[in-house]
Design a protein around this ligand. Structure first.
Ligand SMILES: Cc1cc2nc3c(=O)[nH]c(=O)nc-3n(C[C@H](O)[C@H](O)[C@H](O)COP(=O)(O)OP(=O)(O)OC[C@H]3O[C@@H](n4cnc5c(N)ncnc54)[C@H](O)[C@@H]3O)c2cc1C
Length: 476
């Protein structure tokens, strides 16, 4: 969104903010499982207890209850991206149909279908395991805040329609009848392909479902090394070694245990705010009766939604990379970005001027050059990994879990596992990022070029056009 005449930063609106992820603060976390207590073995060891690791463990255990599955988590399940995201659980496996159609034109129909089936299967699993994560299948409204963005929405609608997608174009009045902002000039509504969830309760619910089925979970146990041990692999931790014939790495944007992964994933920080609960009058001034997730259609975009208690979660826009793939808790706090987000919120909803923010936080996203998950294997097929969700992993993580289990030859309880193995999307990796300092310079250049394109009616300059030719450009 271009905000040419945004009001001054509403510092007062951020005056009492807590620097903590709203979701992790709103509900008490479950008691952590004890750390590993000495050496152990497992049939399948999963490193990381975010969605990817938890789905992997759950699917494997559901398919074969006799399998001894161990999840090893450095801190506590769901503390990272999985517990602090926007809670948009999307059907798309490719970060949008346009990105997928560009990269896998022959496969996109299958990928779209698999994505819809994946979202249905998530909903079904949550029902079967009585996971209460405030699941609302309200869909998503993409809004254009500049006329040039309407083209992108129209292309999205046409491509989606070719593959059975239900997205519908709206004019400005129709868009504003759903959610009322004076900045909207049009929209695209997809009622069924996205659900809103409480992300932390989703992670904790998956963890509980795993434990109920007999999956072992150890928390406070960082894996420091992977090595061969006979025909198995040994995971070194400060509390003992885990030996397993099959291992899954589900460590997302954190320092990968496999050196080769370091060139494929860069950690990028994304930030969000949450307001105090809106009063009925404030909510009525915006409309939003359908409670859709909303995102705007610029290169630098915002995503926003209502929480179960009618706060507004407002995030996105800035995406910040730190030299050398730096990841550190201190980077979760970014006052300049928080102020910018607060400004953009009031520019979008002037009728909510004066509403205060209660929470502000950041989190790290595993960005890869094709903007959607890739999988791979190592150690002669004994270890598999999935990474690269690039900010759209809430739904796709279950699909990724199926893909890594397929790599290891572990059943996932579905009938079409063999079909997944044939997908070009899952067989090929993204282009690697260059080493530093080129990496930092390239990312910084891209960020500035995207901001410039947003200011110039979407016109992509030479740098973005070069990236497009390399297949590294992103057109959301
Ligand atoms: C602010 C923000 C907003 C987002 N919004 C959305 C959204 O609305 N919709 C969407 O689809 N996606 C969104 N995402 C992205 C989404 O949250 C992620 O794609 C998804 O949670 C990835 O899950 P994961 O399990 O792969 O990773 P994570 O949740 O990051 O989990 C990885 C786990 O691995 C553990 N780990 C790492 N290294 C080790 C080790 N050596 N030993 C043991 N454990 C280790 C970590 O402690 C962590 O718990 C957002 C992300 C952020 C940060």
């Amino acid at each position: 969104m271009t905000v040419p005449s945004a009001p001054a930063a509403p510092a007062a609106a951020l005056g009492d903010v807590r620097f903590a992820p709203y979701w992790l603060d709103a509900t008490p976390a479950p008691d952590p499982c004890p750390p590993l207590a000495g050496p152990t073995t497992a049939d399948l060891a999963v490193v990381g207890a975010g969605y990817t690791g938890l789905w992997t463990a759950l699917l494997a255990k559901e398919a074969d209850p006799s399998l001894d599955v161990l999840v090893v988590e450095a801190r506590t399940a769901g503390w990272a991206a999985s517990g602090r995201n926007g809670g948009f659980c999307a059907a798309s496996l490719t970060h949008g149909v346009l990105n997928g159609a560009e990269r896998w034109p022959d496969e996109i129909g299958t990928l779209e279908r698999l994505g819809r089936e994946n979202l249905d299967a998530i909903e079904d699993t949550l029902r079967r395991h009585a996971v209460d994560c405030a699941w609302e299948r309200t869909g998503e409204l993409s809004v254009a805040t500049e006329r040039w963005q309407l083209d992108g929405l129209a292309r999205h609608a046409a491509t989606s329609a070719r593959h059975g997608g239900p997205a519908r174009l709206l004019d400005a009045d129709e868009t504003r009848a759903l959610v009322d902002s004076p900045t909207y000039v049009g929209g695209l509504l997809d009622r069924s392909s996205v659900a809103m969830v409480d992300p932390a309760r989703l992670a904790w619910g998956l963890r509980r479902a795993c434990l109920d089925l007999g999956v072992r979970v150890v928390e406070g146990t960082p894996v420091e090394s992977v090595a061969r041990r006979g025909s198995a692999l040994a995971l070194g931790t400060p509390h003992g070694t885990v030996t397993a014939p099959r291992v899954v790495l589900a460590t997302n944007a954190f320092r990968p245990l496999l050196r080769r992964l370091r060139s494929y994933v860069v950690p990028v920080y994304d930030y969000a705010l949450v307001t105090e609960p809106l009063s009925p009058a404030q909510l009525a001034s915006v409309g939003w009766a359908g409670r859709e997730g909303v995102s705007d259609a610029g290169n630098q975009f915002h995503y926003y939604r209502l929480t179960p208690d009618d706060r507004v979660l407002w995030g996105g826009y800035d995406a910040v990379y730190h030299f050398g793939n730096r990841v550190d808790d201190s980077l979760d706090r970014n006052p300049a970005t928080f102020a910018r987000l607060a400004e953009h919120f009031v520019a979008t909803f002037p009728q909510l001027d004066g509403v205060r923010f209660t929470h502000a936080w950041g989190g790290v996203i595993d960005t890869c050059s094709r903007f959607c998950v890739f999988v791979g294997s190592a150690y002669a097929g004994r270890l598999a990994y999935a990474a690269g969700f690039t900010g759209l992993g809430v739904g796709a993580s279950r699909f990724a879990a199926r893909a890594v289990l397929g790599r290891l030859g572990v059943p996932d309880g579905t009938s079409d596992a063999a079909q997944l193995a044939q997908l070009g999307m899952l067989r090929r990796k993204p282009l690697p990022f260059p080493p530093e300092p080129l990496r930092w310079a390239g990312i910084e250049l891209t960020r500035r070029a995207m901001a410039r394109a947003d200011r110039r009616d979407g016109r992509r300059g030479p740098w973005l056009r070069a990236l497009d030719r390399l297949g590294m450009g992103f057109d959301s």
